[in-house]
Design a protein around this ligand. Structure first.
Ligand code: SAM
Length: 183
């Protein structure tokens, strides 16, 4: 079985957009307890690689193509190490969520910080044509984040999977085909 019901949201998005393919390198931010790792490691197969990061450790068995790092995605040296060892990635996933307080303004602001960090990591980690899928709680920062992604990816879509509870403020933004501009 899967370690979390969160997997059904990824499966839905993956099936609709054909995101995760054989041989890909995947960076999964906020990966614990590991259901997205379970799905993606199977999809990329033995020629692919999946690297997961989370504040919380994971338990359970993952295939050989899967590496898990316990740590904070906000930590620059941790991210730099991952990039030095395994970049370029084909896709960055972020299902990161803040520890919620119940105050919707505070919660959406903290979710936006995590989303912005995922975008920053993706800038360093993705190769040309790479994709990003990130979770965000809809709030006042949402339009700004969408417009950042529209400058950096050829196609940007907002997705509310059926498996996501209707009353939840979470949505996913999918940016496909990273554009690399000459400077
Ligand atoms: N996709 C996961 C799965 O399928 O098992 C579920 C992810 S869960 C909804 C969100 C995760 O984000 C939590 O495990 C939390 O510890 C992690 N998280 C939140 N802030 C983080 C940070 N700064 N660095 C790393 N992980 C973080």
């Amino acid at each position: 079985g899967y370690f979390s019901r969160a997997v059904y949201k990824l499966i839905e998005i993956d099936k609709k957009y054909g995101l995760i393919r054989k041989g890909m390198r995947v960076l999964d931010l906020g990966a614990a307890p590991g259901s997205w790792l379970q799905w993606t490691s199977r999809r990329v197969g033995s020629s692919g690689l999946v690297v997961g990061v989370d504040l919380q450790p994971v338990s359970g068995n993952f295939p050989e193509n899967t590496i898990f790092v316990t740590g904070d995605v906000m930590d620059d040296s941790l991210i730099n190490n991952i990039i030095e060892r395994w970049a370029p990635f084909d896709i960055v996933l972020s299902d990161m969520a803040p520890f919620t307080t119940g105050n919707k303004y505070a919660d959406s602001a903290r979710s936006a910080l995590l989303a912005e960090r995922a975008i920053e990591v993706a800038r360093l980690a993705l190769g040309q044509g790479g994709h990003i899928l990130l979770k965000i709680f809809q709030g006042s920062d949402f339009p700004a984040i969408l417009s950042i992604l529209k400058k950096e990816f050829a196609s940007v879509k907002t997705v509310k999977p059926k498996a996501s509870r209707k009353e939840s403020k979470e949505v996913y933004i999918l940016g496909m085909k990273k554009i690399i501009r000459e400077v």
